[in-house]
Design a protein around this ligand. Sequence first.
Ligand code: NAD
Length: 279
Amino acid sequence: MTQPFDFTDKVVVVTGAGGVICGELAREFAKKGAKVALLDLNREAAQKYVDEITADGGTAKAYAANVLDKTFLEGVREEVLADFGPTDILINGAGGNNPRATTDNEFHELDLPEDTKTFFELDEKGIEFVFNLNYLGTLLPTQVFAKDMIGRPGANIVNISSMNAFTPLTKIPAYSGAKSAVSNFTQWLAVYFAHVGIRCNAIAPGFLVTNQNRGLLFNEDGTPTERADKILRNTPQGRFGESEELVGGVFFFADSNLSSFVNGVVMPIDGGFAAYSGV
Ligand code: NAD
């Protein structure tokens, strides 16, 4: 067996690479010799990771890209082709929730205050935004980049689902449903591309502390909020994950020397959250 996690000269396209998780993944792929294309709506955010990678001797480039705009993505594909060559590995990382698709309460009640945002007040546009970002935002980059991956040895796609795809989290029906669709699509792609040599798997991360949710998880004095406390009680390992703890799972899927017969799998990386009934 060759050295594990050797991605020398593999072209890795990472969407949402200006973000916490995918920036980390991009950095780690570059450390293992990959040529990494970091795509993000926020090019400057991706450029920060590129600066770190290149300062470290790695090869990477940032591209402004909207995962919901296929024409735009086609242009980015041309640029990546010219800069690095055809894609070997696609990481579909862009995604997220939106407050407009989030209820105020976990349960509906008979006596809620007038101004409560219940399920009935959820904004259709907010729901659409979340579904599009997570589902279409995985599908469209796959349409654009997977064409070049057909027949390339070791080609594969890793999607980012979530533990809420197995059992929905309270308050966020659109995000849970959209990630469920991402898991389902992962299996669909695994089957569809099976004869042309592209594998497709996904990770389903549990709760990580990121810049967007830090304020929701911790009070100003550093103690966990009520929701954070509940999360920790339902995570058998009793702590939040770190973005670097996702790298091993992604590398396992991406390294076809290790996972050549692994296809259509959604791997929880969640400290046991999805396995725990709470009792
Ligand atoms: P993040 O907000 O730090 O990063 C997301 C990145 O996607 C941002 O840089 C943003 O600019 C970019 N983006 C947003 N819309 C885009 C678009 N239309 N086109 C291109 N780029 C776009 O989020 P993160 O926490 O690093 O999450 C990364 C992935 O992991 C997401 O799919 C998220 O749903 C998933 N996830 C996160 C957690 C968590 O706890 N953070 C848990 C489970 C799953």
